[in-house]
Design a protein around this ligand. Structure first.
Ligand SMILES: NC(=O)C1=CN([C@@H]2O[C@H](COP(=O)(O)OP(=O)(O)OC[C@H]3O[C@@H](n4cnc5c(N)ncnc54)[C@H](O)[C@@H]3O)[C@@H](O)[C@H]2O)C=CC1
Ligand SMILES: O=C(CO)COP(=O)(O)O
Length: 342
């Protein structure tokens, strides 16, 4: 067992045994750290314990020895040294409420969830602070990282953002391994902006590709999508440089261009002619951009900034717009300069 500074965070309890929670738990355990993984489904936990795999989400990937499946969440919360949440954004507030009663003060909490809190549109950091108070150091894990590739030990780089330097460094160090590189950041807000909006833009890129609009259109969507992210980041007070990092353009490129992305898969299905409901059923997995789109647009409208791609995605998802008409609407916007004058 390692005895360096990162041991302060172990045992780590990972809440959420989907693809990403399991892959992160495996990554930590491969570095010989003690990790407890909890998922809400009893039968899934039993199967994972017996098979030492999570075949539902990461078929064939065997758990490292130091990863254990735990059943008693309450007991694990009182004994762990760090909680990492990896549930979909719509379950994030519920996950926080499960831990708030039992987690001793001072135990750090991180999450790998991307998106906003439904209904309030709050960034997850704000929801976490509101629920947990200021007793726990908080950190966000983001960046271009498909769970299946991390589980298969393929090279990956992540960002760990926290206002607490010690926690950011400890968490980054504990994730860091031969195939996983973790950078730290102070820009908690910026990291969340990139990780949230890229999912909506990946739906747009999927729609365009599903319609067969080609490589030029995809590149234009990514670039103009980046302009929308930068506009939102600026108005919210995030650091623009963060948008050019792993959690910004890195994750935007990944999800807009690779078919492993579930957000892109949803767009592809819609572009190929499925209705939105059919496309959601076809993907059958977490599609965060679907949840984030409306909340991002509301934020843009409140701040009086233009996010035309996000707006058209909302029209397609929630107002029954034909994707071809939406692309036309984007192309027919008033001609303007690419950059505003300095
Ligand atoms: N899969 C990936 O490659 C990556 C996913 N993420 C993010 O991680 C988050 C989780 O995504 P995935 O693991 O892929 O989702 P998933 O669909 O694979 O699994 C979600 C898990 O959360 C559980 N869950 C749902 N509601 C819950 C609740 N109320 N309490 C406890 N558990 C609950 C489900 O049972 C399921 O096990 C999302 O925000 C996603 O954007 C981030 C980077 C990579
Ligand atoms: O966030 C991700 C990779 O960084 C996963 O993207 P999807 O949720 O679109 O699959």
């Amino acid at each position: 067992m390692r005895t360096d500074v990162t041991e302060a965070l172990f045992p780590t309890l990972v809440i959420g045994a989907g693809a990403w929670g399991t892959a992160l738990a495996m990554a930590l355990a491969r570095n010989d750290h003690k990790v407890w993984l909890w998922g809400r489904n009893d039968a899934q936990r039993q199967a994972m314990r017996e098979q030492r795999r999570n075949d539902e989400y990461l078929p064939g990937q065997v758990f490292p020895d130091s990863l254990d499946i735990v059943d008693d969440l309450q007991q694990a919360l009182t004994q762990c040294k760090h909680v990492m949440i990896s549930v979909p954004s719509h379950a994030f507030a519920e996950a926080l409420s499960m831990l708030v009663q039992h987690l001793p003060a001072g135990v750090p909490v991180s999450w790998a969830t991307k998106g906003l809190t439904p209904h309030t549109g709050a960034f997850l950091y704000d929801t976490a602070r509101e629920t947990l108070g200021d007793q726990h150091p908080l950190a966000v894990i983001s960046g271009p990282s498909f769970a299946a590739e991390v589980a298969r030990n393929l090279p990956t780089a992540l960002t760990v953002a926290s206002e607490n330097d010690d926690f950011a460094v400890q968490l980054a160090q504990s994730l860091h391994g031969p195939t996983l590189r973790a950078y730290t950041s102070h820009d908690v807000l910026g990291v969340q902006v990139g990780g949230t909006v890229k999912n909506v833009l990946a739906i747009a890129a999927g729609i365009s590709d599903g319609l067969g609009y080609g490589a030029n259109a995809r590149a234009a969507l990514l670039t103009r999508g980046m302009a929308e992210i930068l506009r939102l980041a600026a108005i919210l007070g995030a650091q623009p440089e963060t948008m050019f990092g792993l959690s910004g353009i890195g994750d935007l490129i990944l999800t807009c261009t690779d078919d492993q992305s579930r957000n892109r898969q949803l767009g592809l299905a819609i572009g190929r002619g499925l209705s939105v409901d059919e496309a959601v059923r076809h993907v059958g997995k977490t599609v965060e951009g679907m949840h984030a789109a409306r909340e991002v647009l509301l934020r843009a409208q409140k701040a009086n900034i233009e996010m035309p791609i996000v707006e058209q995605v909302c029209k397609i998802l929630f107002e029954g717009y034909d994707p071809r008409e939406s692309v036309q609407a984007l192309l027919c916007r008033e001609q303007k300069a690419e950059l505003s004058r300095p």
